[in-house]
Design a protein around this ligand. Sequence first.
Ligand code: CAA
Length: 385
Amino acid sequence: MMIGIEKISFYIPEQYLDLAVLADRKNIDRAKFSKGIGQEKIAIPAHDEDIVTMAAEAAHPIIESCDYESIDTILFATETAIDQSKSAGIYVHRLLGLPSQCRNVELKQACYGATAALQMACGYVARKPNKKVLIIASDISRYDIDTPGEATQGAGAVAMLISTNPKIMEINSASGCYSEDIMDFWRPNYRKTPFVDGKYSALRYLHSLAHAWKDYQNNGGRDFFDFTQFCYHLPFTRMAEKAHKHLCSLNQTPLNMDQILPGMMYNRQIGNCYNASLYLSLISTLENYEGDLSDKAIGMFSYGSGAVAEFFAGVVQKGYKNHLYIKRHQGLIKNRKSLGYDEYLACWNTPEIQDGSEYVIEKNRNGKYRLSGLKDHKRQYESVA
Ligand code: CAA
């Protein structure tokens, strides 16, 4: 039985900050961001969007075009949780009008949560082959102003439908994992932004890659030379170059950028979206690779600080291009508003309501789903006709 991704879709906010604007403002050479970090733009959410609205926007095209009655599980992966108790997926479940016979749960392990969700979904569907699982990875990456992390912010959501009819990519069962208890990036409950030891985090990412790859090989994984493309978790796209160089050297072969460039194209324009980043890179590969990826293997590396890492693989299916949302995705990237520095700061500084007081948020963008305010300590979401 084949199991894997039947559909995959992303959503990003309608506004962005051009990193040239940030560089000029901070008196930093623009090439530091465009070449050193490998980013051009970072997505900035509007006041009336959060992980729930982005998730609903990402999943909407999938729900519109599939037999959604068979979805009986939503796995929501995020490290930007809006509640300590209730899963963000339950709001999405209502906004999308999904059947009540559908379970909901939220998963967390930094940027790795969505990969845990994918592996769990594949196992679940093997047990219940007539059911489908909706995975949503939705995050807002936010670092303090005037810190090195500021240029690596971003936001977005990816939704994936997992079933026994993987029209996009079959997920192979072999995988390799690596976990270690480290403090490279973490966000205590009382903080809006994370603590991060940036250089250390990048080193642990590479260390975890080597271990996860070794475990993948020990578990009967594919040979390095079987892969046509590789997708990496992308906190910033230059990280893929460092990671791939490391993996190539472990396999005694020179770095071949053609194996990763298609997977960096969308992320370069969007920035880090934590759990969604690796799967955004997968969509970028599928939609930007020049040629046909049918029957080709893609290597996937997931890294979540703290840290858990996993290397796994998938095989792209014949006819996959007919099931992608290329026009929609490219439209989302193209039709965005560029923010000035002060507008960006105003978004960044939007106060988080801490006391539950009533708060109304004006509608100032397009989009189907919005956070309209807070009342009686409850977040108010609405669908816009
Ligand atoms: N032209 C071209 N390149 C330039 C340049 C210029 N004018 N000026 C600097 N550079 C290069 C530097 O040489 C450097 O390249 P190398 O990495 O090849 O040495 C690169 O730009 C970065 O510059 P710095 O070394 O000065 O680094 P920084 O102080 O700007 O910090 C960072 C970079 C550590 C990534 C920082 O942005 C950060 O802390 N980001 C958040 C943490 C992060 O993303 N960690 C990644 C691994 S953890 C993870 O993956 C989980 C997650 O999602 C957070």
